[in-house]
Ligand binder design. Structure first.
Ligand code: C2O
Ligand code: CU
Ligand code: CU
Length: 500
C-alpha cells in the first residue's frame, strides 16, 4: 500500500475534519512490508473422540501475531481464537465452558439450531470464575458454524480480542460426497479478520467513528496470522471461509482470477456447486469453496477495497472519500497459497451436492418488517460528531434500541414467516438466531447469485424478503436478531423474539 501520510494529513486539514484525520491516519499506519508467516491452524477437537464432552476455557493471554511482539488477547483454550470443534448430526454434545476472565462473557453457537436457553446469547451470562455446561443437540445438516462471545455491550471488544472459533457439523450426506475433508491438509478453515496494529501490537480501536463504522483494522489476519501463507496439496482443496471481522465486508477473489466453486452457505451444502470468480463475505457469514490447485502455481486470495462506510454528507463525506481513495488502492492480500508437488492431475468437481427440502413461500402466514437504522437521517454526521461520545448514537431496529427486558416479536413455533429487512446509511449483515432462512427477493427483484442456499446471516440495504422457518423453542430465553457489525449490535441494533 502506497501512502503519503503528509499529503493526506494536509488534504484532510483543508477540509477541516480533525476527528477523521487522526482516525484514518492511524488506520493506515501499519507496516505493509512484514514477512510472510505459515497459516496458523486452530487445533481440531473431534467431539466423538472425546465422548461428546468437550471443555473450553475462556482465557486472557498474549499472542505473537508478529514475531517477538506479544499482544494482549483473548481466546478459548488458547491465547487467540479457539479450537475447531467437529460435531456429528444426531449427537448430543456437552460443552463445558469455564470463564477464567475477570469479566462476564457468553458463548453463542452462531448457526446452531437449538432451543434458545442453550443458544448462549446475551441472557446466558457466564460470570467470572463460573462454568456453563450446555448439552447441545446436533440436529441439522453438515455446515460450518461459528461460536463467539455475545455479552451485551462487550461483544465487539471480546470478539475483536479473540473470542471466536468454529463448530464443524458433519453428517452422512456430506461424508458420502467424499469432499476434501482432511482437516488442516485439504480442508482448511480460514477465519478472516481485520485487526488494528500499532508497532506490531494489536490495539482495540475506540471512539465515535469506531462505533459508527464498526471496529476495523489495518491488517488482515487469517486464523490470527498476518501475511499468511498456506501450503496446500496440488489438488482440490476445501476452504471454509469465515468472516470473523467485527465490521468489514470482503470481496474475495484470486490473484489470477481463477474460477472456484462455492459449495456451502451458512446453512450447509448447496444443491450443486456454483462456479464463481469472486465472493463477498460479510461479518458472521461463512462460505465453503473448492479451489483447484493442480496447476501447482502459487496464488493469493485477495479482497477488493473496503467501501462499506456510512453515507455522509458535507465536509465529512469529503474526508471519508479522500480516505477511501488512499486506503482503497489495489485491494489487499488475505492469504497466499503455495501448492506442493508441482503439477497435479486436474480435479473433478461433483455435479450435485445434496437435496434440501425447499421452504414453501405460500405457507408463510405472517409478514414482519424491520428497518436497521443509524438514527441520524436528515441531521447528518455533523450533529453526531459534536457529541463525541462512545455510547448510544441511535443504533436501532424499527426506531427502538435493544432492551434486554423487552420482547420485540412473538412468533408461533413451527411457523414460516416472511421477514422484510432493510437498512439505512450503509450495508448491514442481518443475522437471526435459532433459524435458517432463504432469500426470496432483493430490492423488489430476484435474489442475487450470492443469496443462494439456506442461511442465518445476509447482507441487506435495500429491502430483502427472507423466508424464515421457526422450529426452535424460545420459552425460557428469547432469541436475538441483529446487525452483525458488532459495534452496531452492542450499541442497540438488535431485537429479540420468542417462539411460543
Ligand atoms: Cu454471530 Cu447474535 O451472533
Ligand atoms: Cu447467532
Ligand atoms: Cu449495522
Amino acid at each position: 500500500m502506497k501512502f503519503n501520510r503528509r499529503s493526506f494529513l494536509a488534504g484532510a486539514g483543508v477540509i477541516g475534519a480533525g476527528a477523521f484525520t487522526s482516525y484514518y491516519a492511524d488506520w493506515t499506519a501499519a507496516d505493509a512490508a512484514a514477512e510472510r508467516q505459515p497459516l496458523r491452524m486452530p487445533p481440531l477437537i473431534d467431539a466423538r473422540k472425546e465422548g461428546n464432552a468437550v471443555a473450553l476455557h475462556v482465557q486472557a493471554g498474549t499472542t505473537e501475531f508478529f514475531p517477538g511482539r506479544a499482544s494482549a488477547s483473548l481466546g478459548y483454550s488458547g491465547s487467540y481464537l479457539g479450537p475447531s470443534i467437529r460435531v456429528y448430526q444426531g449427537d448430543d454434545v456437552e460443552i463445558a465452558v469455564t470463564n477464567t476472565l475477570n469479566e462476564d462473557t457468553t458463548v453463542h453457537w452462531h448457526g446452531l439450531l437449538i432451543p434458545a436457553e442453550l443458544d448462549g446469547g446475551p441472557h446466558r451470562i457466564i460470570t467470572a470464575g463460573n462454568v456453563w455446561r450446555p448439552a447441545l443437540p446436533i440436529r441439522q445438516p453438515a455446515a460450518t458454524l461459528f461460536y463467539h462471545s455475545h455479552v451485551h455491550g462487550r461483544t465487539g471488544v471480546q470478539v475483536y480480542s479473540g473470542l471466536a472459533g468454529l463448530l464443524l457439523v458433519t453428517d452422512e450426506a456430506e461424508r458420502a460426497l467424499a469432499l476434501p475433508s482432511e482437516y488442516g491438509v485439504d480442508d482448511l478453515p480460514v477465519v478472516i479478520q481485520d485487526r488494528q496494529f500499532a508497532d506490531g501490537l494489536m490495539v482495540v480501536p475506540q471512539g465515535m467513528m469506531t462505533m459508527m463504522q464498526g471496529r476495523r483494522g489495518n491488517t488482515i489476519l487469517s486464523n490470527g496470522t498476518p501475511n499468511a501463507t498456506a501450503r496446500v496439496p496440488n489438488r482440490l482443496v476445501r476452504l471454509r471461509l469465515v468472516n470473523g471481522s467485527n465490521a468489514r465486508i470482503y470481496d474475495l477473489s484470486f490473484s489470477d482470477n481463477r474460477t472456484f466453486h462455492w459449495i456451502a452457505s451458512e446453512g450447509g451444502l448447496l444443491d450443486r456447486p456454483i462456479s464463481v470468480s469472486s465472493l463477498t463475505l460479510a461479518p458472521g457469514e461463512r462460505a465453503e469453496v473448492l479451489v483447484d490447485f493442480s496447476n501447482g502455481q502459487a496464488v493469493s486470495l485477495k479482497t477488493a477495497p473496503d467501501t462499506n462506510m456510512p453515507m455522509m454528507t458535507g465536509p465529512l463525506a469529503k474526508a471519508r472519500n479522500f480516505a477511501k481513495e488512499i486506503l482503497g488502492g489495489q485491494g489487499e492480500t488475505v492469504l497466499q497459497f503455495d501448492p506442493v508437488g508441482g503439477h497435479g492431475a486436474p480435479s473433478k468437481i461433483p455435479e450435485r451436492l445434496v437435496e434440501r427440502p425447499r421452504a414453501d413461500p405460500s405457507k408463510a402466514n405472517t409478514r414482519r418488517r424491520f428497518v436497521l437504522n443509524m438514527g441520524m437521517g436528515g441531521m447528518g454526521m455533523g450533529g453526531m460528531m459534536g457529541g463525541g461520545t462512545d455510547s448510544g448514537g441511535g443504533m436501532v431496529i424499527n426506531g427502538r434500541p435493544f432492551d434486554m427486558n423487552r420482547i420485540d416479536e412473538k412468533v408461533r413455533l413451527g411457523d414460516t414467516e416472511i421477514w422484510e429487512v432493510s437498512g439505512e446509511m450503509m450495508s448491514h449483515p442481518f443475522h437471526i438466531h435459532g433459524v435458517q432462512f432463504e432469500v426470496l427477493s432483493r430490492n423488489g427483484g430476484k435474489p442475487i447469485l450470492r443469496d443462494a442456499g439456506t442461511r442465518d446471516t445476509v447482507v441487506i440495504r435495500a429491502p430483502v424478503e427472507l423466508l424464515v422457518h421457526f422450529n426452535q423453542p424460545a420459552e425460557i430465553a428469547p432469541f436475538m436478531y441483529h446487525c452483525h457489525i458488532l459495534e452496531h449490535e452492542d450499541n442497540g441494533m438488535m431485537g429479540q423474539f420468542r417462539t411460543i
